[in-house]
Design a protein around this ligand. Structure first.
Ligand code: HEM
Length: 311
């Protein structure tokens, strides 16, 4: 049996990325469907000009858009992202019909592909959010911590990410949740390194995990480490990227952010992590990172196989 070909969801983290969220104009569905069928070919053509830079593009399609563009049977886990509201923190749900995750070792390739794709979508879809992400030193976020260490590796990646026999019509597909976070670096930088390490649950310079006994219940890595009822760890693949502008932001003092991208075979896993972060488990103790991080976007997409996109 030939297995369906997944999109490049398991490809390694890169130095650069462009994240595009689009909404589809009424009547634009046909153009979008045709374009999505061509994305892999366009990425191959542009990427071939510098193969070492490993250009790839993952396409995600939102719940309402799925019916508009494809119709027919739906992936079992696909639904609109629902706002998560805790007592002090909110993970908002924001519009998004198509998500394009373009990544490479060089920004020029990402930019070229992003430009070509959006040119073809003119009149059919509108870019509602565009973020250019960059690698910050040794894979650190703008809070200064190494981000991505506990991502699954080897065969565990496919198990965590790809739909299997549980939804056979969509096997080889995946789901992606994205959120754009803005950081309050003034408050963060006024904290001691020990306080920051307690918030994350890892040492800052060495990236070594703090012992469980010493971890604060509100540590980010405590609230996002979850297991199923058999005690098996539930993993996701995070492709977070720093982004920002030194003169942007509400007071002109800069905009410093983390673009969260989480791939999973089952969106319920990420939704549970988010509930732990924003509401607490048990409710009350929320993620210390949220004291300095505000989610400003949030959406969920199905990631079809290459065969489905091109079919
Ligand atoms: C403000 C945005 C975020 C920042 C700056 C951030 C940063 C980090 C850092 C520094 C780590 C420790 C190193 C590592 O294992 O990667 C980490 C771990 C992790 N994060 Fe996040 N993260 C953010 C949002 C999220 C969200 C929204 C989720 C899921 C819904 C998430 C899930 C995880 C998971 C599963 C781990 C690994 C936990 C473990 O097994 O130890 N993160 N994150």
């Amino acid at each position: 049996m030939i297995l369906p070909e997944p999109q490049a969801v398991t490809s390694p983290l890169t130095r650069a990325a462009v994240f595009l969220v689009l909404t589809i104009e009424p009547g634009g569905e046909g153009v979008v469907r045709e374009l999505l069928a061509d994305v892999q070919d366009m990425a191959r053509a542009i990427g071939f000009r510098n193969v070492e830079a490993s250009l790839s593009c993952v396409v995600g399609i939102g719940s309402d858009a799925y019916d508009r563009v494809y119709g027919g049977p739906r992936p079992a886990g696909l639904h609109p992202f629902a706002e998560i509201r805790g007592e002090r923190h909110v993970a908002p749900a924001t519009p998004g019909d198509v998500f394009l995750h373009i990544k490479a070792e060089q920004l020029d390739l990402c930019f070229e592909l992003a430009a070509r794709l959006t040119q073809r979508l003119r009149g059919a879809a509108v870019v509602v959010d565009e973020v250019h992400g960059f690698r910050y030193f040794d894979r650190r976020d703008l809070l200064g911590f190494v981000d991505g260490t506990e991502n699954p590796v080897g065969p565990a990646v496919g198990n965590a990410l790809l739909v299997g026999d549980d939804d056979p019509d969509f096997a080889g597909g995946s789901y992606v949740v994205i959120q754009k976070y803005l950081h309050d670096l003034t408050t963060w930088n006024a904290m001691t390194v020990e306080q920051q390490e307690a918030a994350v649950g890892r040492e800052k310079l060495s990236d070594i995990e703090l012992p469980d006994a010493e971890k604060s219940p509100g540590a980010h890595t405590a609230l996002t480490s979850i297991e199923d009822e058999d005690g098996t760890e539930l993993e996701i693949l995070r492709d977070n990227m720093p982004f920002g502008s030194v003169a942007g932001g509400p007071d002109g003092g800069g905009e410093y952010g983390t673009y969260f991208v989480g791939y999973t075979r089952d969106p319920a896993v990420i939704e549970r992590m988010l509930r732990n972060m924003f509401v607490g488990d048990p409710p009350g103790v929320t993620d210390h990172l949220l004291e300095v991080s505000t989610a400003v976007t949030g959406s969920l997409y199905f990631v079809p196989t290459v065969d489905q996109l091109e079919g």
